[in-house]
Design a protein around this ligand. Structure first.
Ligand code: N01
Length: 539
């Protein structure tokens, strides 16, 4: 249980849902501005995704100091031990954040919001929780992140499996010992890759079920000392945090000025060798300007990746399943994972790989998984690394009702409609961050949470400073924003993934993030605010 049990007053100024990066950032600022504010979070501790995703190997893929709060009162006294920190250290970071900001006294943990209904008579939200609490905040800020709803496919026989079976985002908080066990991992997205490389060596048998190869990149992990971080803090950190707020993806790597075929083959080779060796997302983020737009250029970038990757795999069949000749999708069009020893795991004699695009999972039995090639894989443990109902799932699982009594889920049945990826027409005084139609899939998490958070904080301040009681996006502005999101996504090459909703059966398939980059996005949002919240009805 959380160590502090907190109960909010019923007539709050602001209720926040979620105590991850977004929620904590906003809480801290609202308190400084003198508002009464409270957070509900279903978890028992701070951290959002880092509370739930405590599976073996969970690790951030954005290097120090990109993935942390940019608040000087926090980064000045905190140092990390690795270039890409693991979940245990990120949890220690959140404990440190608590020490510094004292946020827990305004948070109810273990408390899930079940409904939020707008009351037009009072211009307030009526929010209820699974603990029976009812609060009536003026403003509702949904800070639930993109991964609030894990997705487990409806495999035949799933409930019959006799051993432990856990989704990576619902991992037991006290861990699960898999040493010496026969373990099956379904899914090879970022979560699957991390579990596989972490437990691959210690289990007695590992059965990997891969439907689409992950075009994983070398992380190039490194130990960090406190001294080297302190030396950079005064001058470099403020510049890094400023740059993150100015770049397309909130990564401060330089963009390549040239198109791919404007460089000679030698130039390309040397550039790729260099960025490959640097690790992280360098290879992708600093690749040639048109590789995400031009199919032929993309194929070249894939070919280099394949050559490097195949060289690490011994078995010829596995080489082709993990890094096939025909690209499984455009490289960079869905999230690559960062790996440390992922491909070497497949060289171990006790590791098998099933291509479920050729031999789908037919059923889960009490003792394992049967695939369409007739093989029964005997297992003690199943790991569901099968992803999330990304971006929208957090919203549609709560009964959120706006002015006309209909829910967000109903409004989004045939596609997502938002204004600026932060508000929904007909749901006054409700904001969200790190959700659909913002630049989310392409933006470093903490940076986006802070930038969108600033916009929401300023909006609420504008409302209260001017004695206004409600702000609601207009239907016209919402239509315009949807068009802008769709237009921004026309040129970039795309792949099937949670970025476009195609991983969830029945979910409308459409671009769920704004593709135009952070500077254009935030300039547009700022312009709207400067023009007296153009595109909103403010009363
Ligand atoms: O989820 P995913 P994830 N039968 O959706 C497979 C962030 N993240 O949790 O690709 C068989 O990417 C599915 O196959 P396919 C990061 O933004 C970051 O791994 O659809 N397989 C896929 O392989 C990431 O993008 C970190 O063909 C099925 C896998 O399950 C996002 O979270 C770590 C299946 C799901 O992969 C999501 O990553 C972890 C079925 N019926 C996550 N259904 C960091 O490094 C699904 N799959 C910080």
């Amino acid at each position: 249980m959380g160590d502090i049990v907190s109960s909010p007053p019923s007539d709050l100024d602001i209720l926040i849902v979620g105590a991850g990066f977004s929620g904590i950032y906003q809480l801290h600022h609202y308190r400084k501005l003198g508002y009464s504010v409270h957070i509900f979070d279903a978890a028992e501790q701070l951290g959002g995704v880092w509370y739930w995703n405590c599976y073996p190997g969970a690790r951030v893929d954005s290097e120090v100091p990109i993935y942390e709060f940019s608040l000087p009162e926090l980064w000045k006294d905190w140092s990390w031990s690795e270039r890409f920190p693991g979940w245990e250290e990120i949890r220690r970071y959140f404990a440190y954040v608590e020490e510094k900001l004292d946020v827990k006294k305004d948070i109810s943990f273990g408390t899930r919001v079940v409904s939020a209904h707008w009351d037009s008579n009072e211009d307030r939200w009526i929010v209820t929780t699974d603990k029976g609490q009812v609060v009536k905040p003026r403003f509702l800020s949904l800070c639930m992140g993109f991964a609030a709803k894990p997705y487990t496919p409806n495999f035949k026989g799933l409930e019959t499996f006799k051993g432990p079976c856990h989704h990576t985002a619902e991992w037991p908080q006290d861990g699960l010992d898999m040493k010496g066990k026969r373990v099956g991992v379904i899914g090879t997205g970022a979560s699957g890759v991390q579990v596989i490389q972490e437990v691959g060596k210690e289990v007695s048998h590992l059965s990997v079920f891969q439907r689409t190869p992950n075009l994983a990149l070398p992380m190039v992990q490194k130990k960090l000392t406190k001294e080297e971080q302190i030396a950079k803090k005064e001058e470099i950190y403020p510049a890094v945090y400023r740059r993150l707020r100015q770049t397309h993806l909130a990564f401060h790597y330089p963009n390549h000025p040239k198109n791919l075929f404007d460089a000679t083959p030698e130039e390309r080779l040397l550039h790729w060798e260099d960025t490959w060796g640097r690790g992280g997302f360098s290879y992708l983020v600093t690749n040639y300007a048109d590789f995400g737009l031009d199919e032929k250029a993309n194929k070249e970038v894939y070919a280099f990746w394949r050559k490097k990757t195949q060289a690490r795999i011994n078995d010829p069949k596995m080489k082709e399943i993990l890094a096939p000749e025909v690209p499984p999708h455009y490289i960079g069009a869905k999230r690559s994972s960062l790996e440390q020893s992922y491909y070497e795991i497949y060289n171990l004699p006790h590791v098998t790989l099933t291509d479920t695009s050729a031999h789908p999972i037919e059923e889960i039995t009490p003792t394992g998984i049967r695939t369409a090639d007739g093989v029964h894989h005997e297992l003690d443990v199943i790991v569901m690394a099968t992803g999330f109902d990304g971006l929208t799932g957090g919203f549609t699982q709560i009964d959120i009702r706006g002015k006309d009594g209909s829910t967000v889920k109903e409004k989004w049945e045939n596609g997502v409609w938002t204004n600026l990826g932060m508000t929904v027409a007909g749901f006054p005084n409700m904001f969200f961050t790190y959700g659909p139609q913002g630049p989310i899939a392409f933006c470093n998490g903490p940076t986006c949470c802070e930038l969108q958070g600033d916009w929401v904080i300023n909006c609420i301040k504008y409302m209260t400073d001017n004695g206004l009681s409600s702000i609601d996006a207009t239907e016209e502005a919402q239509k315009e924003w949807r068009n802008i999101v769709m237009e921004s996504s026309k040129k970039p090459l795309k792949a099937r993934s949670w970025w476009i909703g195609s991983n969830i059966p029945g979910k409308p398939e459409e671009p769920l993030s704004y593709y135009g980059g952070n500077p254009a996005y935030f300039a547009y949002c700022e312009e709207r605010a400067k023009n007296g919240y153009e595109g909103f009805t403010v009363l």
